[in-house]
Design a protein around this ligand. Structure first.
Ligand code: SF4
Length: 334
C-alpha cells in the first residue's frame, strides 16, 4: 500500500502498476488530506463561514468538497467571505488587511503542513495580530496506519511510506510496523524511479523475511526527521483525537492547539453548532480510503461523479483516488 496520495498520482501517471509483475498488487491508502477530512469537520468550516464578520481562508481543494448539506463554494455563492490562499502567509496578510474581521485559516494536512501553521501562529503572536485563527484538522500518519492495520480489512505485506511527511517526522516513527506487525516498509520519493526502487526494496525485505524501515528517498529524508520543525510543532500543537472520513474518531491521530495558543483556536473562539453530519449518498470514499475498495467499484464513478461535478472528496482533490483513476485510469477500464 502506498499511503500517500502523491504517490498514488505518480504511480498512475507513470503506469507503474502495469510495469509490475502480477505477483505485486498495489493498494492506495488514506494519504489525501482533503479526502480524509470528515464531513462533520467540513460542516464546522461551513458553519464558521456563515458567521458575520468572518473571513475563511483555505487552500483551493477544500472549496468544492461537499459537507453534509453544503460546501464552502456554496457558502461563498450565498454571500460568505471565503478566500483561496496559497500559504498561511497569505492568510496572515488577510488578517492584517482586515483588522475588523476574524480571519480563520482551515488547517488541513498531515505532519508536512503543520510547521507552516506553527510559523504563522508564532508570527501572529509576535506581531500582536489578534484576529487570526486556525481551524485545525491536522492529522498524523503513524497512528492511522496502526488503526488501519488493526482493523484487519486489508492484508499488507509492505508499505510505501510518504516522502514529504517523513521529511518532517523521519523514519523512526514507523519502526513499530516492522517490529509489531512484521510488515516491510520503505520511505519513497515521488519520481517513477523512486517508486520502482522502493518496490524493489520492499520485495527484497519480504523475500528475505527481514521486514524493516528503509529510506529510498535519501535526498529528502533523514531517519530522525527535521528536528527544528518537530520542535516548532510541539511548541504550538498537542496530540489529540481526530475524525477521519471512513474510519471515524481515532485517539491520538490529530493535532490541536495547546493551552498556551488556544486563543488562536477557531473552534474554541466561536460558538457553532453544525448539527448532525451525513455522507454523500452513494459515495464509498470511506472504504476507498481504507484500501478496501477501488473507485471502479463505486456506482457513481465517472457517471454521476466526475471532477467537474464531484459527489465526494476523493473526486475533488487532485490527490484523491477517484480523481486519479478518472484522469489516468483508462488503463484500468475506468
Ligand atoms: Fe465518492 Fe465519487 Fe469516488 Fe464514488 S466516485 S467514491 S461518489 S468520490
Amino acid at each position: 500500500m502506498e499511503f500517500c496520495g502523491g504517490h498514488t498520482v505518480a504511480i498512475f501517471k507513470h503506469g507503474i502498476r502495469q510495469l509490475l509483475p502480477q505477483t505485486i498488487e498495489m493498494l492506495s491508502g488514506p494519504g489525501c488530506p482533503v479526502c480524509v477530512t470528515a464531513s462533520s469537520d467540513l460542516d464546522k468550516a461551513i458553519a464558521l463561514a456563515q458567521l458575520p464578520n468572518v473571513i475563511i481562508t483555505t487552500f483551493g481543494d477544500m472549496l468544492r468538497v461537499p459537507g453534509s448539506y453544503s460546501s464552502l463554494q456554496l457558502a461563498k455563492a450565498e454571500g460568505s467571505d471565503v478566500r483561496i490562499v496559497y500559504s498561511t502567509q497569505d492568510a496572515l496578510q488577510t488578517a492584517k488587511d482586515n483588522p475588523n474581521k476574524s480571519v480563520i485559516f482551515i488547517g488541513i494536512g498531515f505532519e508536512t503542513t503543520a510547521p507552516t501553521i506553527v510559523a504563522s501562529i508564532l508570527q501572529a503572536e509576535q506581531e500582536g495580530i489578534d484576529n487570526y485563527y486556525i481551524l485545525s484538522f491536522h492529522k498524523l500518519c503513524p497512528p492511522i496506519m496502526k488503526t488501519i492495520l488493526d482493523m484487519g480489512e486489508v492484508r499488507l505485506d509492505g508499505i510505501i511510506y510518504p516522502g514529504h511527511v517523513s521529511a518532517i517526522i523521519g523514519s523512526y516513527p514507523y519502526q513499530f510496523i516492522a517490529d509489531d506487525y512484521g510488515i516491510a516498509g520503505v520511505v519513497s520519493g515521488f519520481e517513477p524511479l523512486d517508486i520502482l526502487l522502493s518496490v524493489d526494496m520492499l520485495v527484497d525485505q519480504i523475500e528475505t523475511g527481514q521486514p524493516r524501515v528503509e529510506i529510498a528517498y535519501r535526498r529528502g529524508v533523514k531517519p530522525e526527521g527535521n528536528k527544528q520543525a518537530l520542535e516548532l510543532m510541539s511548541t504550538v500543537f498537542e496530540v489529540s483525537t481526530a475524525n477521519w472520513r471512513g474510519i471515524g474518531s481515532v485517539p491520538s491521530s490529530g493535532l490541536r492547539l495547546n493551552q498556551k495558543y488556544q486563543r488562536f483556536d477557531a473552534e474554541s473562539r466561536f460558538d457553532i453548532n453544525p448539527g448532525p453530519s451525513r455522507e454523500p449518498e452513494g459515495c464509498i470514499c470511506g472504504s476507498i480510503l481504507r484500501g478496501v475498495t477501488t473507485p471502479l467499484e463505486c456506482k457513481l464513478f465517472g457517471k454521476v461523479c466526475t471532477p467537474e461535478y464531484p459527489v465526494g472528496p476523493c473526486m475533488v482533490s487532485s490527490e484523491g483516488s477517484c480523481a486519479t483513476y478518472y484522469h489516468y485510469g483508462a488503463y484500468y477500464g475506468g
